[in-house]
Design a protein around this ligand. Structure first.
Ligand code: 26W
Length: 846
């Protein structure tokens, strides 16, 4: 039976393991109502047996005939087996305990690869390595086979993924609800230095981490009209007569806690046409129309919107939002709660956390369920509803606050619009009682805006309908209170609070930076992985020369690993010994990649103009990673310019090995895991008051990079914790920004008065980086000179000065490494476990 004809794995070992003769290892009869079946033992032998079982009986191939993809799928399903018992057990416990559940409602989950995380959670990494070796397989190639589920745009989606990781690790009941986009965030490629987007078909090679449950489908209605009627108790009631609907099919994902046996669930909804939907048309004989109808329905979960700051009032986007929210509420109320549950006690069992405004339509949806379907009085329903929601705001940009036109909302969800109007009316009456005659205030607090068209301000609805509202870093929460929702924060001082974001140390330190993790564990034990404040115990080692040497060696090894990845992935060659200066995040003007570019060009200009000798410069490698929203013109022009500058500088012998610029395409979680551990310098240079928190900043600090940054978002807290000596601060503060704006900001005055800035901009504008084509750089340059909406020119000199301080410290290896160690030791606060504890204590009361 054994096929030894092909050479790929022709070893003796292979012949004995090629066909697994034992059959399924899971005893089918041991399925008990009281508890789940056993997982295979954690031994190499059992792992190999389970793997070959999956390959032969799951995937239906012989090892000798299997492709890498077959092997990857079988490996994934093997690891799944080890999680399964915990998953089933967690489900039983959750049902029996009656504990309050966190329903995390998020339109995005930027999960990253699953295999490595599952191996980490189950502590199977070494066993799996050895087992694959025994099968003649290179596990690294299998890991590389996985396409990460990129079901999010950036910070907000990654935060959701970190939060569900932490809740599972803390054994807190949580269901993550979201959308199973068939296409996640686009894959970025570059053609002629310009971004080209390619669809991300992450499901194309099979998706071993999801469990579809078509039998648990939920129907979701849209459109139509409402009518009033009198019920049998003589009460005036409303009902919705929708005119079309779709089905939501749940796909379950495991969310394993870190080595604690808990496995929570992420439930992602996929849209499917109802039979009635196309049958009706089909029966009319128009086959093509029937298929079109199906496509229409299934479009709802087809693709993630790649905009991460300017919501376009797209109908499909609202459909997505209502679709997943309606499915999720129905799922919890009908399927998760006991059959006869008394909904008056709903707040004891669930708190829905609204991840930004995207799921806020859940508030009128719960009102509709309670009032229209379950017969509650309005007031009682409203009291319940408000206790069931809490709202997190993730932005300060006014243009990022979602507003839906009343026309569109009324057309798609007529009953919800009515409910929103009533919520608004009763709320405004309440405000009127407190502030009689203050019509200005009333208008500014209304959910409904009248200009430029009648529309629904979702952030206001969220605030009114929630028990708590939080920002994501201290500064952001303050600005949220003072600038974004001032009337509301005066009206309800207690409702507003801060929870500073965090990141999971499992993925972003333990998994991404194994070398550093081993070094830390060697000194302080392994408790830090689930209790990150313990990193404090590293502080004394900052003064230990041996430790510093080991720490620096880890950094160097991580750089070499990164360089290999960039070489294989992008064909990028980088010098071995240079400071690695990294800016990775979405491309947005407020984040100021253009300011970073000015610094690079300025350094380059200093050398080629002879003002500075190349030998005197600290060698630096600049790395960018950034996707631009496909419709964001200025962001795409900035990408073009960065790539153009990179090509020119990398080809210029005068700066060889002194300055290099790398812009690997398609920055994603997978690349972040390689890049961040290798970085020396973390660029967090947004205009003060614009970056709500940032979370990349935390990942870098925890991996021993020093930050150069403005007083913005969580940078403020990072600096406070790591200390001024270990952070390169520059730039205006938020009040200074406001003041300058009030005075009338004039970017050209900086251009005229600052010689280095002028030389830099002139070089950029003169076509030096665009083969003499001045027009090619004109849009970014003109934007800076005439508008500069995020005041890059005002902060330019401060930034250069701070970069000089960076160079000075970097020249002193001991001082640098000492600071880097202190960054790690003092950043334990930024664990998402701590964020979760804050939510549990101050928001969820769970
Ligand atoms: C298209 C509509 C839209 C608008 C805003 C989509 C997505 C957004 C998000 C709010 C953008 C986002 O990811 N915000 C980021 O959230 C992170 C987690 O809290 C913060 O760390 C970042 O500062 C914030 O920009």
């Amino acid at each position: 039976m054994t096929d030894t004809s092909r050479g790929e794995y022709a070893s003796d070992e292979l012949q004995t393991t090629d066909v697994h003769r034992i059959g399924p290892t899971m005893p089918m009869s041991s399925e008990r109502a009281s508890g789940p079946v056993e997982a295979p033992d954690k031994t190499v032998e059992e792992f190999v047996a389970a793997f070959l079982n999956e390959l032969n009986f799951g995937q239906g191939v012989l090892l000798s005939r299997s492709t890498i993809n077959d092997q990857y799928l079988a490996l994934a399903r093997t690891v799944r087996q080890y999680l399964m018992a915990g998953w089933l057990e967690t489900g039983v416990q959750r049902r029996e305990s009656g504990r309050k559940t966190i329903g995390y409602l998020s339109a995005e989950y930027l999960l990253g690869r699953q295999l490595s995380n599952a191996l980490l959670a189950t502590d199977l990494q070494d066993i799996a390595d050895e087992a694959m070796k025994q099968c003649g397989i290179d596990i690294a190639a299998l890991r590389a086979q996985e396409i990460e589920p990129g079901l999010g745009n950036g910070g907000l989606g990654r935060l959701a993924a970190c939060f569900v990781d932490s809740l599972a690790t803390m054994d807190v009941p949580c269901i993550g609800y979201g959308i199973r986009y068939e296409y996640g965030i686009f894959r970025q490629t570059f053609e002629d230095n310009r971004q080209v987007e390619v669809p991300d078909s992450w499901l194309s090679l099979g998706s071993p981490w999801e469990f579809p449950h078509p039998e648990r489908q939920v129907r979701v209605d849209f459109g139509g009209r409402t009518e009033t009627y009198t019920d049998d108790q003589g009460r005036e009631r409303s009902r919705w007569i929708p005119d079309w609907n779709v089905l939501g099919i749940p796909y379950h994902h495991m969310v394993p806690g870190f080595r604690n046996g808990t496995v929570n669930t992420l439930r992602l909804w996929s849209a499917k046409a109802t039979q009635a939907f196309d049958l009706q048309i089909f029966n009319s004989g128009d086959y093509a129309a029937a298929v079109r109808a199906q496509t229409f329905a299934e479009n709802i979960s087809k693709v993630l919107y790649p905009e991460d700051s300017t919501p376009q009032g797209k109908e499909l986007r609202l459909q997505q939002q209502y679709f997943f929210v309606a499915c999720s509420l129905h799922d919890f109320i009908q399927n998760t709660l006991p059959q006869d549950f008394d909904l008056r006690r709903l707040p004891e069992r669930i708190i829905f956390q609204l991840n930004d405004t995207h799921p806020v339509i859940a508030i009128p949806e719960l009102m509709r369920i309670l009032v229209d379907r379950k017969g509650f009085d309005w007031d009682e329903a409203w009291d319940i509803t408000r206790q069931c929601f809490a709202y997190t705001c993730h932005t300060l940009l006014p243009e990022a606050l979602e507003v839906w036109s009343a026309e569109l909302l009324g057309r798609l969800l007529p009953r919800h619009l009515e409910i929103i109007y009533r919520i608004n009316k009763e709320f405004l009456e309440e405000v009127r009682e407190t502030f009689p005659g203050d019509e200005m205030r009333i208008r500014s607090m209304s959910i409904i805006a009248e200009h430029p068209e009648r529309s629904v301000r979702m952030a206001y609805l969220a605030t009114i309908g929630s028990s708590k509202v939080n920002g994501v870093a201290e500064l952001h929460s303050q600005l949220l209170r003072d600038k974004v929702l001032p009337e509301f924060s005066q009206y309800w001082t207690e409702k507003f609070t801060n929870v500073t974001n965090g990141i999971t140390p499992r993925r972003f330190v333990f998994l991404a930076n194994r070398r550093l993790s081993d070094l830390i564990t060697d000194k302080i034990g392994s408790g830090w992985v689930t209790d990150l404040e313990r990193l404090r115990d590293l502080e004394p080692y900052a003064d230990d020369a041996d430790f510093r040497a080991e720490f620096a060696a880890v950094k160097q090894a991580n750089k070499e690993r990164l360089f290999k990845v960039l070489q294989a992935r992008d064909g990028i060659e980088l010098p071995e010994h240079a400071m690695l200066d990294v800016m990775v995040k979405r491309l947005h003007e407020y984040k100021r990649q253009s300011l970073k570019l000015l610094h690079i060009v300025s350094t380059y200009e200093s050398i080629i103009s002879g003002r500075m000798r190349a030998e005197d410069a600290v060698p630096r490698t600049f790395v960018f990673g950034a996707k631009a929203a496909p419709g964001y013109h200025m962001a795409k022009e900035t990408i073009f310019l960065i790539n153009s500058v990179a090509a020119t500088i990398n080809a210029d012998e005068r700066v060889k090995d002194v300055l290099s610029v790398a812009f690997p395409a398609n920055y994603n979680v997978t690349l972040a895991e390689k890049l961040i551990p290798a970085a020396d310098l973390s660029e967090q240079i947004s205009l003060a008051g614009k970056e709500a928190s940032g979370t990349g900043n935390m990942k870098f600090a925890l991996n021993g990079a020093l930050t150069i940054g403005t007083d913005d978002g969580a940078n403020v807290e990072i600096r406070q914790l790591v200390g001024d000596d270990n952070f390169f601060l520059f730039g205006m503060t938020e009040p200074e920004v406001e003041q300058l704006r009030a005075e009338g900001y004039q970017p050209t005055s900086y251009y005229r008065s600052n010689d280095r800035l002028r030389a830099t901009i002139d070089l950029l504008a003169g076509g030096h980086f665009t083969r003499g084509d001045r027009a090619a750089s004109a849009q970014v340059v003109d934007n800076l000179l005439t508008q500069d909406p995020f005041m890059a020119l005002a902060d330019f000199q401060g930034y250069l000065d701070a970069q000089d301080r960076v160079d000075a410290v970097y020249r002193d290896t001991d001082a640098w490494t000492r600071s880097a160690i202190l960054n790690v030791a003092r950043s334990g606060f930024f664990s998402s476990d701590r964020s979760m504890r804050d939510y549990l204590d101050r928001i969820w009361n769970a």
